[in-house]
Design a protein around this ligand. Structure first.
Ligand SMILES: [Zn+2]
Length: 140
């Protein structure tokens, strides 16, 4: 006997007997007085399944945006200068890598979009766009 899915259980619960053959898989076999009830349950199940599928697709899409980041290339490009305040990041500063276009605004975790910053500058920028940040802190 094939493993039963949720639908099979719902369709067959009113007459299912362990050890019996697989419950009915057709809505036509559901007694007429139970049909709308079973139909509603099936609809809920289908809705839940679509929700899960949607979540899965979204997760896969977000993974596609995760390019490997070449931190050595970022160091060579940025040369230890914070792109937000344009001052050198000293040894005693905490180094951060900022998403220049924030993740929340569709930016990617990629070498092209990651820039060296001071931790304080990065935290202050948060998920703002660069132009918003520069308007708020024109002189840092
Ligand atoms: Zn800075």
């Amino acid at each position: 006997m094939a493993p039963m899915g949720d639908e099979d259980i719902i369709l067959g619960w009113w007459n299912w007997d362990p050890g019996d053959s697989a419950p009915s898989k057709s809505l036509d076999d559901v007694p007429a007085e139970r049909r709308s009830e079973v139909e509603a349950q099936l609809k809920d199940k289908a809705k839940a399944r679509r929700k899960i599928a949607k979540r899965k697709r979204r997760l896969e899409k977000s993974k596609e945006g995760q390019d490997p980041v070449d931190y050595k290339a970022i160091l060579d490009r940025d040369k230890g200068i914070c792109y937000l305040c344009e001052k050198e990041i000293m040894e005693e500063d905490t180094l951060h890598y900022d998403h220049r276009v924030p993740l929340a605004k569709g930016g990617k975790t990629s070498t092209d979009n990651m820039y060296m910053t001071h931790s304080v500058c990065n935290i202050r920028k948060g998920s703002k766009l660069e132009k918003t940040y520069r308007r708020l802190y024109p002189n840092n």
